[in-house]
Ligand binder design. Structure first.
Ligand SMILES: NC(=O)c1ccc[n+]([C@@H]2O[C@H](COP(=O)([O-])OP(=O)(O)OC[C@H]3O[C@@H](n4cnc5c(N)ncnc54)[C@H](OP(=O)(O)O)[C@@H]3O)[C@@H](O)[C@H]2O)c1
Ligand SMILES: [Zn+2]
Length: 357
């Protein structure tokens, strides 16, 4: 299961102040971003403290997003999950009484791994944890987070008693080492809020880096006529040198809405970077060749950069173009690997494009 932790915090890392009124840290643009993230998950989990403090409904607000979920055969909003310990929650809490999604109340402070196993049994593959402080810290302490979505809000709380996003005293956060350096998957300003998405990595096998490219591809602004692709360039020791995703705003390549993941990742380093000559390029989809939107295809860029090794998740289906990227790379002496087991996940991210006739 993929577990993403989502929260808004002040610049000094607080989730709230200590007054009884709810402090709205986020803004309408960021709430809409959270709404899209909710719609892309199978379940949303919060702790009892959040229900007591904020009384959230935990539903997808946008009627359009609810309709898209229904068209895919899903419930209009994801399953709502509340963890409680001894305290319980008010039976009138909105999460229990507002219709629109099923709610699962898990009592007795169970082991988080057991909670995830139970959710998996119910078909949950993507879980969004929306707080609060104790629950976010608990997921990190158990090393159960795969992704962090952090909205930095223009406030300074300056109160040691205010709830913090992480690191509540006594919480043991997952061991940090250069190996655990997270991958910046996205960063953008939403009005006065800075939104940042980080991916947690577990090791540096080809399979792990390929899995991360697919997660990265979820940062692509969706469009109906082009694939969503993620690319990572890594050094032989597995350290990440560069990343890119389709339509990532990166200027100097032409219209950013035509940007491809691999060309963005290469452009961030520049052809002259000597590390490219020993690097591996991981990409969720076969590098394009030929290409209609620009003179240089991603295959051309890989060859021009002298990248000796490419690992890809899925060969491009003959839907938008007939691609011969793998053949051209192999013919030029590039080692191309296509580990099994990733095609379904790439197709899932691109299901809107693939379902067109
Ligand atoms: N800015 C944001 O994005 C955001 C998001 C959410 C919440 N918040 C804020 O965060 C604050 C609430 O945080 P919080 O720490 O008090 O509450 P919390 O993390 O929402 O809930 C903690 C409670 O969850 C229950 N629980 C069950 N299993 C647990 C486990 N394994 N680990 C930890 N808790 C478990 C316990 O309930 P019992 O008490 O019943 O034992 C515990 O007291 C509020 O101020 C809220 O406004 C902010
Ligand atoms: Zn391309």
């Amino acid at each position: 299961m993929h577990v993403l932790l989502s929260f808004a915090a002040s610049l000094d890392g607080c989730l709230d102040d200590t007054t009884p009124e709810r402090l709205l840290l986020s803004n309408p643009e960021d709430f809409d971003r959270v709404d899209a993230a909710r719609a892309a998950c199978d379940a949303i989990l919060v702790g009892a403290g959040t229900v007591r403090a904020d009384d959230p409904r935990l539903l997808v607000r946008s009627a359009e997003r609810r309709a898209e979920r229904v068209a895919l055969g899903l419930a209009p909003s994801p399953l709502r999950v509340v963890l409680t310990g001894a305290g319980g929650i008010d039976p009138e809490a909105k999460v229990l009484t507002t219709p629109g999604a099923e709610t699962l109340l898990i009592e007795g402070r169970p082991d988080l791994r057991a909670v995830l196993a139970e959710l998996e049994r119910r078909g949950v593959r993507r879980l969004m944890v929306e707080g609060g402080s104790a629950v976010l810290s608990a997921f990190l302490a158990e090393d159960l987070a795969d992704e962090i979505q952090y909205a930095a809000a223009p406030f300074l709380i300056g109160d040691a008693a205010a709830p913090r996003a992480f690191g509540r005293p006594g919480a043991v956060l997952f061991p940090q080492s250069p190996d655990r350096r997270m991958i910046l998957a996205e960063s953008r300003a939403l009005g006065d809020v800075q939104y940042t998405r980080y991916l947690v990595r577990r090791g540096h096998s080809d399979e792990e880096l390929l899995r991360l490219t697919i997660e990265l591809s979820r940062s692509c602004p969706p469009v109906l006529k082009a694939y969503s692709v993620g690319a990572i360039i890594a050094a032989p020791d597995g350290s990440v040198l560069s990343t890119g995703y389709s339509r990532e705003p990166r200027y100097g390549l032409g219209d950013p809405s035509a940007n491809h993941a691999e060309e963005v990742a290469i452009a961030k380093l520049g052809y002259e970077d000597p590390r490219l000559r020993t690097a591996t390029l991981y990409t969720s989809l076969e590098p394009c060749s030929p290409r209609a939107s620009r003179p240089r295809s991603c295959t051309d860029h890989i060859l021009a950069a002298g990248i000796p090794r490419v690992v890809l998740g899925w060969r491009e289906p003959t839907l938008l173009a007939v691609c011969d990227g793998v053949e051209r790379l192999s013919a030029a002496g590039v080692e191309v690997l296509e580990p099994a087991g990733f095609a379904a996940a790439v197709a899932e991210v691109n299901r809107a494009v693939l379902s067109q006739d």
